[in-house]
Design a protein. Structure first.
Length: 196
């Protein structure tokens, strides 16, 4: 159905009726219309910044990887002294003679772990108090990756950890790096508890 056009005489009639009527609801006043245009805040345009081209690993260029874990000697020095303080000082100065020694230098991790456990338990059973565990300082190997860099001396790092684990942890009282006369950084003094 097509809409018909309104005739001019019908528009005149409508205007006459509209002039004689009163509006029931007053028109809403616009708050924005009352504010002068000069006081309106101007929209802030964002500053255009140039962004440098992105390259993978570009921010780390020239930075050196840092190992946040303290070294083994630092951790052993920070450990509390559990043995007699006088004996501890003598031991650190190299004046206590080890009653037994084991040389793990040159062994693989798979060979060294059981050998260390056997040595510590047999020494403790024999009533020995101070034993020397020689690990070697560890040689430099070629570093093959940034994700898992190679550290020096696998046995040097593992032996103190093994001594805190069962079954030898109940026999071990103190572990410290040995004095230069007994191997320095390549060996550990292991002070054992008294056998019961």
């Amino acid at each position: 159905m097509r809409r018909r056009r309104i005739k001019p005489d019908e528009l005149d009639l409508w205007d006459q009726v509209a002039r004689t009527t009163t509006r029931l609801v007053p028109p809403k006043r616009s708050v924005i219309a009352d504010v002068p245009r000069a006081n309106k805040p101007k929209a802030m345009k964002p500053e255009a910044r140039s962004i440098a081209p992105f390259t993978l690993g570009g921010g780390s260029a020239g930075r050196e990887m840092r190992d946040v874990m303290p070294s083994v000697p630092d951790r052993l020095r920070a450990a509390p002294v559990k043995m007699d303080a006088k004996s501890y000082k003598f031991m650190q100065r190299g004046k206590l003679k080890p009653e037994g020694r084991i040389d793990l230098h040159g062994m693989t991790v798979a060979e060294a772990h059981p050998a260390l456990i056997s040595f510590i338990l047999s020494s403790h059973g024999a009533g020995k108090r101070l034993v020397l565990v020689i690990t070697g300082k560890g040689g430099r190997r070629e570093d093959i990756g940034a994700i898992a860099p190679q550290r020096m001396g696998t046995l040097k790092r593992q032996v103190p950890h093994w001594l805190t684990m069962a079954p030898v942890s109940s026999a071990v009282l103190q572990v410290t790096e040995s004095h230069l006369r007994h191997g320095g950084g390549g060996a550990y003094y292991v002070y054992l508890r008294r056998a019961r």
